[in-house]
Design a protein around this ligand. Structure first.
Ligand code: ADP
Ligand code: MG
Length: 396
């Protein structure tokens, strides 16, 4: 693979600049959910165990190049100390004399947290001068923030060019999982793409029809594909202006030999609310005054068959309006099937996306998946086949 990991670095006595994502929720000065801190803990522990000195670089919120007191990273120090079980020093700048002094004073076993990188306008501009100042603070650069890797910023891209660079453990796990799903996957590969709109997932669909064997199109976006085939979808969520694009995607799939699975039956209702009166109909039988809110059981059976015949699954976007029961049924059933096959060692399952992760958690399936990406935008851009600047910069 085109990147180094911590295993490739000699860390003893080295100052390691670690780019992390610690955008944790804070209320009244206290961290209310430390998941993101937990996820970088193995990287910090590994660096310390090998005698390295971790110096953390991170952004927090969107201060837009100015010092914004409410977006200081300082309140995170107690939570970092608790999770890392280490003393965490803090410096109120991520560059300059104060940061240089803080790094020089750092003792083995300790961790140093530098202030929000986005307090400097140069961060989001991928500014070479800012990166050069940050590079003075370390001997090695380690990026453990996959979720920020789709942005070429000074602390994710320019800095990586100036020091020996590697991926942290979380980044490594993410890249390995993604590589196993779309890079060199075990075939057949099925992709499930759902969610609200085709327009937000065009590039994703375009890339997937080239790479996967079966593409399941579900959720609201399936309505646009049904409409493209001349089917009346009533009051369903549908981007009628996108129907030519949907037709193009179907044609491209025919060219590449990708099988497209669209809903054959649907669950319709007249109201968008929990427990709304509903009925299951053929996909081409939605009444003019009703809307499609979920896929039906025949569709779920077809998706289950596709998953059973597959070795790899990549999933983004729920199959229905999963937030309101009973329109979570198709998403839950497909999620349970994928979880069952994964547990049996028959499927590699990778999923990502804000609502997708919520839906898989709600279905109780998330823990059984091979990998769940919480990286949001970076995950989507990677699924679209884009090169992520923060990953490319770790190249050997
Ligand atoms: P992700 O955040 O995982 O990328 P999206 O944001 O693309 O997923 O899609 C999730 C949204 O799609 C959810 O709010 C869900 O209610 C909506 N959705 C799925 N199917 C339908 C449907 N048939 N009609 C309306 N909304 C739908
Ligand atoms: Mg979403």
């Amino acid at each position: 693979m085109g990147w180094n990991s911590l295993d490739d670095m000699d860390l003893a006595g080295k100052r390691v600049l670690v780019r992390v994502d610690i955008n944790v929720p804070v209320e009244d000065g206290k961290v209310t959910d430390d998941t993101r801190i937990q996820r970088i803990a193995p990287t910090i522990a590994d660096i310390r165990a090998k005698g390295g000195l971790p110096v953390l670089l991170a952004h927090f919120g969107r201060p837009k190049g100015k010092v914004v007191a409410e977006m200081s990273l300082q309140p995170l120090v107690p939570a970092l100390e608790a999770v890392f079980d280490a003393s965490v020093m803090f410096c109120a700048d991520c560059r300059g004399p104060a940061a240089e002094a803080a790094v020089a004073a750092l003792q083995e076993g300790e961790v140093l947290l530098l202030e929000n990188t986005r307090f400097h306008a140069g961060e989001e501009k991928n500014d070479a001068a800012l990166a050069a100042e940050m590079a003075k603070l370390g001997d090695i650069y380690c990026n453990d923030a996959f979720s920020a890797a789709h942005r070429a910023h000074a602390s994710t891209e320019a800095l990586a060019q100036l020091l020996p660079a590697c991926a942290g453990r979380l980044m490594q796990a993410e890249l390995t999982a993604l590589e196993s799903a779309l890079g060199q996957p075990q075939r057949p590969v099925t992709a499930v793409v759902g969610g609200a709109k085709v327009s937000t997932k065009l590039e994703l669909l375009g890339n997937l029809v080239e790479k996967v064997d079966t593409l399941v199109i579900g959720g609201g976006m399936a309505n646009t594909f049904l409409a493209a085939q001349g089917i009346d979808v009533g009051k369903s969520l549908c981007e009628h202006e996108m129907t030519p694009t949907a037709t193009e995607i179907l044609a491209k799939a025919a060219d590449t030999g990708c099988t497209i699975l669209l809903p054959s039956d649907v669950v319709v209702a007249r109201e968008f609310k929990a427990g709304a009166e509903n009925e299951t109909l053929a996909a081409d039988a939605c009444p003019a005054d009703a809307m499609i809110l979920d896929a039906g059981p025949a569709t779920v059976a077809a998706v289950s068959d596709a998953l059973t015949a597959s070795k790899t699954l990549i999933w983004n976007g729920p199959m229905g309006a999963f937030e309101i029961a009973p329109f979570d049924a198709a998403t839950n059933a497909a999620a349970s099937k994928a979880a069952e096959l994964t547990k049996a060692g028959r499927l590699i399952s990778v999923a990502g996306g804000g609502d997708t992760v919520a839906a898989l958690n709600q279905a109780g399936a998330a823990e059984s998946f091979t990998y769940i990406s919480t990286a949001g935008g970076a995950f989507l851009e990677w699924m679209e086949g884009k090169t992520l600047p923060g990953v490319a910069a770790l190249g050997q």
